[in-house]
Design a protein around this ligand. Structure first.
Ligand SMILES: NC(=O)c1ccc[n+]([C@@H]2O[C@H](COP(=O)([O-])OP(=O)(O)OC[C@H]3O[C@@H](n4cnc5c(N)ncnc54)[C@H](O)[C@@H]3O)[C@@H](O)[C@H]2O)c1
Ligand SMILES: [Zn+2]
Ligand SMILES: [Zn+2]
Length: 361
């Protein structure tokens, strides 16, 4: 039997979101209905609402969530009703060329539920990142559910579903930060601060935070930054060099994603160092670098999608670290809000006032 619940819908480009009744069909084969407990507000939800991802309105927003399995479809063996899960947007296929080579975190054929959630008039909804979790319940593929320790509160656990995982993974997985490395992180929002926390976990000896907002730099220190640079007042590259004996950092993470921040990351790293781009540029942006510098400085230039995470490997491990007090996931939660405050949360995010607003259901 299908079920009617509330969901936060973006109906048209740029229009404020609204709460609507939505119809959740029963899970089909390989699908799972999940009762949402909490869902963080991510920049990507705002990108959807602004029509910057694609034009498949109406969207059911929300994708950074944790909750409880409500009902499973035929053939689902990974989870059962009552399980506590974090939702992910990387349900790996096991069969594409990346998966077959043992690199499932690059899976090129990830999947979502086939059955469609709709408005009550039958209009099909596009769930954000194949999730759609600003809702009492949602429908996903079984592989999008990762079981974790239920002692971690949902408003904290859900954060691993997107931005925080992207930042942690940019440092740990993509940047491969290890003991004694020097690291710089440009842009200290939720993603950048998670990269800082990841660099600390991995044993970096120096962690330099770069932002244009002093309040963000203070928060970055709480996540583990050892030095800070306000790049409005001071050249980021010179600052990074100064804090690394004149050399530059081993790993520089760009968590903004603009040509000028990427260029600072490129020149702020040591010879043979690594640049990780985790901030998402807009499609009009271009980069102009002397090719001789790309060659001459060596090292590697990488991008990080979802922190190159493998949810089944990384989520339970990171929740365990949180429960042991080694990863301060709760510090990312700036405020807990109701479902009807998502629009206001977008505005706060836009003004840079929050790391994460989290809808608690
Ligand atoms: N790669 C992925 O899988 C993935 C996942 C989630 C989010 N993201 C992207 O990561 C980026 C950061 O997300 P967020 O949630 O942390 O955003 P945010 O808006 O909370 O944080 C951005 C931070 O960058 C700072 N900043 C802006 N311009 C700057 C500049 N020129 N120099 C230095 N600092 C600057 C801001 O002051 C702010 O503190 C976004 O582009 C987002 O879309 C990527
Ligand atoms: Zn695959
Ligand atoms: Zn997101």
């Amino acid at each position: 039997m299908s079920e009617i619940v509330r969901g936060v819908i973006a109906k048209a480009k740029g229009a404020p979101v609204s709460i609507e009744d939505i119809v959740i069909p029963d899970p089909g084969p390989g699908e799972v209905k999940v009762k949402i407990a909490a869902c963080g507000v991510c920049h990507t939800d705002l990108h959807y609402r602004e029509g910057a991802i694609n034009d498949q309105f109406p969207y059911l927003l929300g994708h950074e969530a944790a909750g409880f399995v409500d009902l499973v479809g035929e053939g689902v063996t990974e989870v059962q009703a009552g399980d506590y899960v974090i939702l992910n947007w990387r349900a790996v296929c096991g069969d594409c060329r990346a998966c077959r080579r043992g690199r499932p975190w690059y899976c090129f054929n990830t999947h979502n539920a086939d059955a469609k959630m709709t408005l009550v008039d039958g209009t099909q909804l596009s769930p954000a990142l194949g999730i759609g979790a600003f809702a009492d319940k949602t429908l996903v593929a079984a592989g999008q559910c990762t079981k974790v320790d239920r002692r971690a509160p949902a408003q904290v656990a859900g954060l691993l579903g997107c931005g925080v995982m992207a930042g942690l993974g940019a440092a740990i997985n993509t940047g491969n930060v290890s003991h004694g490395d020097t690291v710089a992180v440009i842009g200290c929002g939720g993603v950048g601060d998670a990269a800082i926390a990841g660099a600390r976990l991995a044993g970096a000896s120096t962690i330099i935070a770069v932002d244009i907002d002093d309040h963000k730099l203070e928060l970055a220190r709480e996540f583990g930054a050892t030095h800070t640079i306000n790049s409005n007042n001071r050249d980021a590259v010179k600052g990074i060099q100064e804090f690394t004996n004149g050399f530059g950092a081993d790993v520089v993470i760009d968590a903004v994603g603009r040509p000028e921040t990427y260029e600072a990351a490129f020149y702020g790293r040591d010879l043979a160092g690594t640049v990780v781009l985790v901030g998402v540029p807009d499609p009009t942006m271009r980069l102009d670098l002397p090719l001789i510098d790309v060659f001459g400085r060596g090292g590697s230039l990488k991008s990080s999608w979802y922190g190159d995470c493998l949810p089944s490997r990384d989520f339970p491990m990171l929740i365990d670290l949180y429960l042991q007090g080694r990863l301060p996931l709760d510090r990312f939660v700036s405020e807990e809000i109701e479902l009807d405050n998502v629009e206001a949360a977008f505005e706060k995010m836009h003004r840079g006032e929050v790391l994460r607003s989290v809808v608690v259901l």
